[in-house]
Design a binder for this molecule. Structure first.
Ligand code: FES
Length: 156
C-alpha cells in the first residue's frame, strides 16, 4: 500500500543506491517506486534518468511499456473487476457499473480523494467463482450489485 503521495528525492536515491545505480536494474527500480506509491511521478523518472545516467526517453519507454506501471496517481486501493467471458455472462458488467456509480469513476480512473482506482482484467483463473472483484489482491467471488456498497465501505 502506498506510504505517501510522492517519494522524496532521498527515497528515490536510496532505491537507486540499493541497486548499485545499475541501469540494468531500471525495471526493478521502477517496480519499487510503483509498489510504494502506486504510480511513477514524473519528478522521480527525471531523478532516475539522472541517477542512472541514462536518457529520459529510455526511462519513459520502459515506464510506458509495462501495463503494471502508471504515470498517473492511483488510489490507495486498486479495484480490478474481471470482465472475462465467464464473469461477464454472470453479470460482471453490472457489478462494474455499480462500482463506477458508487465511486463516480470509469474504468482506469481514480477517485478524487485518491482512495480507489478501478481497473478491469480479463480472466484471473477463478471463473467458477465469478463474477470476481479483486481489491488489493483480495478476491471477492460471486459478486452482486447489492454487495458492492458494503465491500467498498470495508476499505479505509
Ligand atoms: S472470467 Fe473471470 S475469472 Fe475467469
Amino acid at each position: 500500500m502506498p506510504t505517501a503521495n510522492k517519494p522524496t528525492k532521498g527515497k528515490v536515491n536510496s532505491i537507486l543506491d540499493s541497486y548499485g545505480r545499475d541501469p540494468g536494474m531500471l525495471v526493478a527500480i521502477l517496480q519499487d517506486i510503483q509498489a510504494d506509491y502506486n504510480y511513477l511521478p514524473k519528478e522521480s523518472l527525471n531523478q532516475i534518468s539522472e541517477g542512472l545516467d541514462i536518457p529520459m526517453t529510455q526511462v519513459y519507454s520502459v515506464a510506458t511499456f509495462f501495463k503494471a506501471f502508471s504515470l498517473k496517481p492511483r488510489g490507495r486501493h486498486i479495484i480490478n473487476v474481471c470482465l472475462g467471458t465467464a464473469c461477464h455472462v454472470r453479470g460482471a458488467g453490472r457489478v462494474l457499473e455499480e462500482i463506477g456509480r458508487q465511486l463516480d469513476i470509469k474504468p482506469r480512473e481514480t477517485t478524487k480523494d485518491l482512495k480507489f482506482t478501478m481497473e478491469t482484467v480479463n480472466c484471473v483463473g477463478a471463473c467458477a467463482l465469478g463474477p470476481i472483484v479483486i481489491i488489493d489482491g483480495k478476491y471477492s467471488g460471486q459478486m452482486k450489485t447489492d454487495r458492492v456498497k458494503n465491500l467498498l465501505e470495508s476499505y479505509d
